[in-house]
Design a protein. Structure first.
Length: 130
């Protein structure tokens, strides 16, 4: 139990039984089957830290670009919604103005009225007998 995982593993052997069944195992094959040693590595290669850091930096840059794009799209959406709301407000005001009667507010212009000179009304007498 105290050995690292790679140290406990031995060489992997390919065993082929007489019926054609193939098994891979760490223990030696039974005597009735054909044994062949294959080169399957049992330990992990050392991590490539420089490649990992390069990929992480590339991914971080991609995340920044995606966040900037999302921020731009959110701002554009807010501007479009504000413009649509403003246009709807103007349209409602225009419709309200069209439905109400139009009144002209004006102050009367006062000027003295000059009447043309007329003679006093004539009294017509009837010619009928009294």
């Amino acid at each position: 139990m105290l050995l690292p995982p790679g140290a406990a593993a031995g060489e992997i052997v390919r065993c082929m039984a007489k019926g054609g069944a193939v098994t891979y195992q760490e223990a030696p094959c039974p005597e009735a089957s054909a044994e062949r040693s294959i080169g399957i590595p049992t330990d992990y290669p050392k991590p490539n830290f420089s490649e990992r850091d390069r990929l992480l930096a590339r991914e971080a840059e991609l995340d920044k670009r995606l966040e900037a794009r999302r921020d731009r799209e959110v701002q554009e959406l807010a501007v479009r919604e504000a413009r649509a709301a403003r246009e709807a407000e103007l349209e409602m005001a225009r419709l309200a103005a069209a439905q109400q009667p139009q009144y002209l507010l004006a102050y009367p212009y006062w000027r003295p009225q000059v009447r043309p000179h007329r003679s006093p009304p004539r009294v017509w007498r009837t010619l009928a007998p009294r």
